[in-house]
Design a protein. Structure first.
Length: 338
């Protein structure tokens, strides 16, 4: 009689009417395969997938993905290091420049590089290196404070207009149209010409006044898009208040475009401050500003080009660093670029 295709001992091991570990017996070729147990063991030993996607791992959010991309972006790393250096010398300029930016010696006016004074002297005999280092404090202060003010004011007004709509939205749209029609440089000449203060605050206030409409439009469009999503409609159906929907559901998902635009605009505000100071309506002496130094050096560009080269170069590098940072943040936060 031919041998059966299964092991009778394995059947007996299951008991009467029972299903045991040997329910699926070895094949006629002698191989043992318990499919149920094999698949279970395989699932238990399955290695995790990419970072943040394996079993038991919490999936990354948009901000987690953005931070991962930024850490791998050389543009972000280079611009971040430059900006950190600028912030450092803005807070502690005496660490790398021990001189006094307001101490001048007319006997050394327009002299070139000297030991201890690598950038030479300006038209008043002031150390160009020291003034260039101390000028970073003004530029960083103006850029950061203006960006924070513009972002807070513009995002608040634009977000409320986009969320509630109606007459408030129409009124804000007409107001922004009026501000967009004001030339920035011409407005600065008119507004700041009557200001006698030598501090940075009138310049910051003027740039916030003319800068918030751009952020308001960005925030308005982002909120209008976010409030149409299903999770917001579900929260509204469950009885969530307007403030809860704005703070918990809409703002976290609508703030990314505002951050991108504000970061890129920060370099523009630094450049605008230097332009207004160059025209004589921004910061005024004895304030130390790259715009003031560029304005003073422009008439000596043939005889002493070093007076213009160093503050203008520092301004260009600073503006470029913030624009590069904004571009890197935009690439990381834009889902369409993934």
């Amino acid at each position: 009689m031919p041998e059966p295709d299964f092991d009778e001992r394995s059947v007996a091991a299951t008991g009467a009417g029972g299903v045991g570990q040997g329910a699926i017996a070895p094949t006629g070729t002698g191989g043992a395969m318990d499919l149920a147990l094999s698949e279970g063991a395989t699932l238990d030993k399955t290695p995790g997938g990419p970072e943040g996607t394996g079993p038991g791992e919490k999936p990354r959010s948009l901000w987690g993905d953005a931070w991962r991309d930024l850490r791998r972006n050389p543009v972000f790393i280079i611009s971040g290091l430059i900006i950190l250096f600028l912030i450092f010398i803005s807070l502690w300029p005496s660490v790398i420049a021990s001189g006094n930016p307001l101490k001048c010696d007319l006997a050394k006016a327009q002299l070139g590089s000297r030991p201890g004074h690598p950038f030479g002297y300006d038209g008043q005999g002031c150390d160009v290196y020291t003034r260039t280092v101390y000028g970073a404090r003004t530029s960083v202060t103006v850029g950061v404070c203006t960006t924070l003010g513009v972002a807070l004011l513009g995002s608040t007004l634009g977000g409320l207009a986009g969320f509630f709509g109606g007459g408030w939205d129409a009124l804000l749209s007409r107001i922004t149209d009026i501000f967009f029609g004001i030339p920035v440089v011409l407005g600065g000449l008119v507004f700041l010409s009557v200001v006698t203060s030598t501090t940075v605050w009138p310049v910051i206030g003027f740039m916030i006044l003319l800068g918030w409409p751009q952020i308001a439009r960005i925030a308005r469009g982002s909120v209008i898009t976010a409030k149409q999503n299903d999770y917001v409609q579900a929260a509204r159906a469950l009885g969530a208040s307007n403030s809860r929907m704005l703070l918990r559901h809409i703002t976290p998902n609508a703030v990314a475009p505002v951050i991108v635009v504000a970061t890129i605009a920060l370099g523009t505000y630094i450049s605008l401050e230097a332009t207004l100071s160059y025209l004589g309506v921004g910061l005024k002496p004895p304030s130390v500003s790259w715009g003031i130094d560029i304005s003073a050096a422009s008439q000596y560009i043939r005889n002493a080009p070093h007076m213009l080269l160093w503050p203008a170069g520092a301004l260009a590098i600073t503006v470029l660093a913030f624009i590069m940072l904004g571009d890197a943040v935009r690439d990381a936060l834009d889902p369409k670029l993934r």
